[in-house]
Design a protein around this ligand. Structure first.
Ligand SMILES: *[C@@H]1O[C@H](CO)[C@@H](O)[C@H](O)[C@H]1NC(C)=O
Ligand SMILES: *[C@@H]1O[C@H](CO)[C@@H](O)[C@H](O)[C@H]1NC(C)=O
Ligand SMILES: *[C@@H]1O[C@H](CO)[C@@H](O)[C@H](O)[C@H]1NC(C)=O
Ligand SMILES: *[C@@H]1O[C@H](CO)[C@@H](O)[C@H](O)[C@H]1NC(C)=O
Ligand SMILES: *[C@@H]1O[C@H](CO)[C@@H](O)[C@H](O)[C@H]1NC(C)=O
Ligand SMILES: *[C@@H]1O[C@H](CO)[C@@H](O)[C@H](O)[C@H]1NC(C)=O
Ligand SMILES: *[C@@H]1O[C@H](CO)[C@@H](O)[C@H](O)[C@H]1NC(C)=O
Ligand SMILES: *[C@@H]1O[C@H](CO)[C@@H](O)[C@H](O)[C@H]1NC(C)=O
Length: 588
């Protein structure tokens, strides 16, 4: 859901130095492999590229030129980038290619700066991106086998490639653009299906749309067995090293920082300068001024006040209307691909006072449910962690489960990751039935309806000071604003938002979704706020959806605050046993 977060993780493509001179017609743009001399030929001349990785889908368009120029100044002569299918086709047949989604503009910027491009259009990309870039709507066919020659999967891929690849064709090197090579799939050799017909289908379609002279390649993990299923005759094979997997289930964090030479905020790190001096030993790096790290500003504390609980705002959150179903429906069944769905039923007649809520089969809550009975918070169920919960409530009381999708598995056999209540729920010995399912559109609510309430209609129920015994507060929206002085030059500047005392939730500034915060779990404590979403001409509004426990109550409203600081607190990196911050790509 967080569409623009960073990532410039580094990557050196080391290639072979050729010595002989090309015999070809040098005036013709051409990029190819000379197998006899084991080197690339660019316009007939032996060529080596040094590339770094940048995900345009994680960086706001506003900062594309800055990040690319910094990469260029490090001495890179090429970049590589993924194209996430689900970023461009969020719903079947509905395409997004403008603004932050304008991949053609991004590639033209690279071209203008003299950077070549290694394009990695998938359709599966992994990339620690939701479902590895595949659109969740593919799961509408329950038995679909993703990344295989399943006919429904191929039909969707066919349509998508027919939209994307014609846009890429004029950007190929031989057609005057920056793209020198194009990757087919990604690490397919480590996927269980091992379906050569699927790779052949892709190869055929890539050639059909891009021409016979396009240089296609595959990338796989560095093991013989991976290469067996991942490669195909006619496709150039490469390998990479080091993985980030997610079984048992782990949520997708908002920021993606592989200890990259450029930080999420585009800052130059020590590693950046180390990279530059290594490259300098082999190639001339561009002269001139390296664009500096952008300045950051600490706007300070911003007071928030509680506006509405999710339950109290259902009419504006659920504009598509609710659905009735005897057994729970999944997110896909109600055509909700991200975010939240509220499931409501009533406690059956002969249930006791304190009864165990669970699912059958177990672990059927994907991924987290915030449970309340008649408006009293009961606790949290969490996939693979908290599988049951005792709840208090009288027969006939409303039982609400607000279920959060925390990101789909992006690697391995189980990328077909269904969200919502994917099993039946049980209360004591009962299977709960007769659900009302509310798909929630938080984005539209935050950008429009909540705003019109902010000035008058705050939650009045909560004015009396009652010390609750519960460790939880109801999921609710909190709002506040801050002004940026217009008389100080160079404002607005980038900043970081921090959540003292808050537990877990989602945050927007001026309607722009900055991502999830979860300081209670860490390691990420701050979210990056790029300056282009801020303004000096009016107050900037902040909306927080706290799901679990707010720091404040009606007795202590002053504790409801967030803080805008000038330093990120990302915490310790998640350590993998074979973690390598640098991927070195060589010929496999
Ligand atoms: C080189 O290529 C250009 C452009 O395709 C063509 O006009 C020219 O005749 C070629 N020259 C030779 C020597 O093949
Ligand atoms: C996901 O796909 C795998 C492999 O095709 C299959 O074994 C599994 O049953 C699927 N799971 C769901 C929930 O559909
Ligand atoms: C339900 O149980 C709680 C705690 O065990 C108790 O405080 C409460 O009085 C009980 N309510 C009823 C209606 O029995
Ligand atoms: C829920 O229970 C009903 C009745 O036992 C059963 O038919 C249905 O398959 C169950 N659904 C799931 C997702 O387990
Ligand atoms: C579920 O709804 C149906 C139809 O309204 C009703 O007949 C049935 O008794 C309900 N079941 C429960 C457990 O409330
Ligand atoms: C916050 O700002 C956005 C963008 O200007 C606006 O759409 C939204 O209604 C505002 N929300 C509040 C709570 O004022
Ligand atoms: C309340 O929640 C905190 C953090 O999750 C936990 O450490 C604490 O034990 C809980 N307290 C009670 C009374 O459940
Ligand atoms: C901004 O917040 C203040 C309280 O801090 C409030 O009085 C004011 O109405 C808010 N303004 C807007 C435009 O939301």
């Amino acid at each position: 859901m967080v569409a623009w977060r960073v990532a410039v993780h580094a990557l050196a493509l080391l290639l072979l130095l050729g010595s002989a001179h090309g015999l070809r017609n040098a005036t013709q743009r051409m990029f190819e492999i000379d197998y006899s001399r084991d080197c690339f030929l660019k316009d007939g001349q032996p060529f080596r590229y040094i590339s770094g990785s940048i995900h345009y889908s994680r960086v706001p368009r506003f900062y594309w030129a800055d990040r690319l120029l910094k990469m260029k100044m490090a001495g890179l002569n090429a970049i590589q980038t993924y194209v996430p299918w689900n970023f461009h086709e969020p719903q079947p047949g509905h395409y997004e290619f403008s603004g932050d989604h304008d991949v053609e503009y991004f590639l033209q910027l690279a071209h203008k700066l003299g950077l070549l491009v290694i394009l990695r259009p998938g359709p599966y990309i992994c990339a620690e991106w939701d479902m590895g870039g595949l659109p969740a709507w593919l799961l509408e066919k329950q038995s679909i086998v993703l990344r295989s020659s399943d006919p429904d999967y191929l039909a969707s891929v066919d349509k998508w490639l027919g939209v994307l690849l014609p846009k890429m064709k004029p950007l190929l090197y031989q057609n005057g653009g920056p793209i020198i090579t194009v990757q087919v799939e990604n690490e397919y050799g480590s996927y269980f299906a091992c379906d050569y017909n699927y790779l052949r289908f892709l190869q055929k379609h890539f050639h059909y749309h891009l021409g016979d002279d396009v240089l296609l390649f595959t990338t796989d993990g560095p093991r013989q067995e991976y290469l067996r299923c991942g490669t195909l005759q006619g496709l150039y094979a490469t390998v990479d090293f080091g993985v980030g997997a997610n079984t048992p289930y782990a949520a997708q964090p908002t920021s993606y920082d592989y200890d990259a030479p450029l930080s999420e905020a585009g800052d130059l790190t020590e590693k950046y300068f180390a990279v530059r001096s290594v490259i300098q030993k082999f190639e001339k790096v561009p002269e001139g001024i390296i664009p500096p790290s952008t300045p950051k500003f600490a706007y300070g504390k911003v007071a928030l006040r509680k506006l509405k609980t999710v339950e109290g705002a259902l009419d504006i959150l659920c504009t598509r209307g609710s659905m009735k179903s005897v057994y729970p429906l999944t997110f896909i069944q109600v055509k909700q691909y991200f975010g939240f769905v509220l499931y409501r039923t009533t406690i059956p007649e002969d249930c006791g006072n304190s009864t165990r809520l669970s699912s059958l089969p177990l672990n059927g809550v994907h991924d987290r449910a915030y449970v309340a009975v008649d408006g009293a918070p009961q606790g949290v169920l969490e996939r693979s962690r908290v599988l049951s919960l005792n709840i208090q409530g009288k027969p006939g009381a409303n039982l609400d489960l607000l279920v959060e999708n925390m990101g789909r598995v992006n690697y391995g056999r189980y990328i077909n990751d269904s969200k919502g209540l994917v099993s039946n729920m049980t209360l004591g010995f009962h299977i709960l039935t007769n659900w009302t399912v509310f798909p929630l559109d938080t984005e539209v609510a935050v950008r429009s309806h909540l705003g019109s309430w902010a000035n008058h209609d705050a939650d009045l129920h909560d004015k009396r000071c009652v010390h609750g015994s519960s460790n939880y507060t109801l999921p609710a929206f909190y709002v506040g604003n801050f002004s940026i002085p217009s008389e100080i030059p160079d404002l607005p500047q980038d900043t970081f938002i921090q959540f003292p005392g808050w537990t877990k939730g989602q945050v927007w500034i001026n309607g722009f979704n900055l991502g999830r915060y979860w300081p209670a779990r860490g390691p990420q404590m701050t979210l990056f706020v790029p300056r282009h979403i801020l303004t000096t001409s009016a107050p900037n509004n902040i909306t927080v959806l706290e799901l679990e426990r707010a720091p404040c109550s009606s007795c202590s409203p002053e504790l409801c605050a967030v803080e805008l600081v000038d330093q990120p607190v990302i915490g310790a990196p998640v350590v993998h046993s074979h973690h390598q911050p640098w991927f070195i790509k060589t010929r496999g």
